[in-house]
Design a protein around this ligand. Structure first.
Ligand code: SAM
Length: 255
């Protein structure tokens, strides 16, 4: 049977499901802070762009752990509204601004940012394409920090290979991705894998109650049923094959 791909579900439906969750992809505040520790020269003058920010869990962590001004961008207006509301509640609205836009067509000034951040989102436009496009908006010596789906081994079972190649056609090994970073004009500064808890405790487990709720709310809707089956299969495959892949944080410095 042909497997359905996540991007074949309606964008609005996926976002309706995920914006009620604290995060929309694997990750954790601890790993965001760990990645931040590799970035030099942070000050109150630092300008950060957080691309594919979702409802902004990592945006807020960046704001609370720097004095920087942050522009957070996502294609989905509902996520941006939620992020701007959270920033206001936390008194961060002067330094955190959420805007709607597409990360493959950024309308910022050339060399506007000191740091471009993106967790769990670059695959939507492609790792190489994203790194190339974003570089123009970084100052010289600016940094990029992204999490990206990566193979941990040179080979893996066909079942998981097919699943990921369908979802992220250009998925590669950590070595391959570092070479792309170099090829697109960055000095690799660090690469580290996200621990399993980022997937299991922070991504799959919180989805469980939401899945039940969502199925009830959209009872009889076949697209919703297919989407929830897809998400459950993603979790099952992770527990079966997690030694072969995961998210890796890649940090690079613009040459
Ligand atoms: N960074 C958040 C997190 O880790 O919780 C969200 C990650 S979620 C897996 C991917 C996000 O990318 C979604 O919020 C989605 O709306 C956004 N997205 C997808 N394509 C995009 C595009 N072309 N431009 C901007 N955002 C996009």
């Amino acid at each position: 049977m042909e497997e359905i791909k996540i991007n074949e579900f309606e964008f609005d439906l996926i976002n309706e499901f995920f914006t009620e969750l604290e995060r929309q992809g694997p990750g954790s505040p601890k790993e965001t802070i760990r990645a931040l520790s590799f970035i030099g020269n942070l000050s109150s003058k630092t300008k950060i762009a957080d691309l594919g920010c979702g409802t902004g869990i990592q945006t807020i962590v960046l704001a609370q752990n720097t004095e920087a001004s942050i522009t957070a961008l996502d294609l989905y207006a509902g996520s941006i509204d939620k992020l701007n509301l959270t920033a206001e509640k936390l008194g961060l609205q002067n330094r955190v601004k959420g805007i709607v836009g597409s990360m493959d067509n950024l309308l910022f000034q050339n060399e506007e940012f000191d740091l471009i951040w993106s967790e769990g989102a670059i695959a939507n436009i492609g790792f190489e394409k994203g790194l190339k496009h974003w570089k123009g908006f970084l100052k010289k010596d600016g940094y990029v920090a992204v999490t990206y789906e990566s193979w941990f081994t040179e080979e893996r079972p066909a079942e998981i290979e097919k699943w990921w190649v369908d979802a992220v056609p250009e998925i590669g090994t950590i070595g391959h991705n570092i070479s792309i970073m170099q090829k697109t004009g960055y000095i690799p500064v660090a690469a580290f894998t996200l621990p399993e808890s980022c997937w299991i405790d922070n991504y799959f487990i919180p989805q469980k109650t939401r899945q039940e709720e969502f199925l009830k709310k959209h009872a009889g809707n076949k697209t919703v049923e297919d989407m929830i089956s897809f998400l459950r299969r993603e979790a099952d495959l992770y527990s079966k094959y997690k030694q072969y892949y995961g998210y890796v944080f890649y940090i690079g410095k613009k040459i």
